[in-house]
Design a protein around this ligand. Sequence first.
Ligand SMILES: Nc1nc2c(ncn2[C@@H]2O[C@H](COP(=O)(O)OP(=O)(O)O)[C@@H](O)[C@H]2O)c(=O)[nH]1
Ligand SMILES: [Mg+2]
Length: 325
Amino acid sequence: MNQDGLPSWRRIVLWGGPHAGKSTLAAAACVTQFVEVDGGTWQALPGGTDPEPGIYAELGKLLQEDRLLPDPDLDGETRVRLNLRGTVPVPGPRRTWWQRRLRGPVPPVATRDLIARIELLDRPGDDYRHFVDVRPEDDQRLSALADADGLVYVFDPVAEIRRERSNRSYQTRFLRLLRRWAQEENMLRARNYLPHRIAVCVTKYDETEVYNQGCVGGFGTQGPDDTRTPRVSDVDAVDYLRWICRQHGADDVFAAIRNSFDPERVRYFVTSATGFYVRPGESFDANDHANVEADGKSIRGLVRPVNVLEPLIWLAMPYAETVER
Ligand SMILES: Nc1nc2c(ncn2[C@@H]2O[C@H](COP(=O)(O)OP(=O)(O)O)[C@@H](O)[C@H]2O)c(=O)[nH]1
Ligand SMILES: [Mg+2]
């Protein structure tokens, strides 16, 4: 808890190869949206002005109003602070057998308000290349990554489809870096698992080839809202990643995640920062769903992030605190 009575900032590091979709994911987290998680409703609100005044507003506006994706060649580090606020149901007292038998009115569900505060750290994928050959002046920056309260691993299926192999090379580098840090700090867990909690996000789900391949594999159902845009449920997400990796001879990329992190501390999500295109007033059309223009820089319709806040909420949940009403 900070002096201001609010929880302290928790650092969440985005990890993935160049062009994997990290910065777009960070920007999509800043788009106004409400999401449902386990019966609770959540939203992300700007996280104050420190250290980069207005960056939240800029990123959200870029996607939502200007309909532009962040410049993929942007250098340097971006930190985005978000207040995650949720209203979640509180389990009521169990009804006794005679209350159940009387079948009286079901009591209203009590709720409570939660807040967690996160700082998303986004670095260009190429940075991890030189972190592996650590130089003393990098040490502090290195531990800022390794010490993270949560990791988001951005797996790019488009890179596999195009046979770029960047998922593998950047994964190997980063895992080597984390392992060396954990060994030196004596942080390895049982079975040599790394200590981190990690949300594995298979991204660009809206991309035509990615979506079509998912359909071939039998993945995807209609989402909960009235646009009926596709989703892969959290339960199926791990099988989806395993399947994608298998299609492209990248089984080792999947295995490396499985072998490096405690299964209790990993969750899988199928995400899209931009979401699918839906014609105004209509629902999802499988024959016309591309939301990113052919130039790869601009968005065609409304941005409708899929599973962008959900992984962040899952990572932040252990640090969430109740807010007095
Ligand atoms: N279709 C689609 N393309 C995306 C999405 N996110 C990123 N991209 C594409 O991937 C490129 C690189 O994304 P970026 O976030 O800059 O990658 P980073 O290098 O990991 O930060 C973008 O310019 C887009 O063309 C997405 O959700 N859907
Ligand atoms: Mg980037």
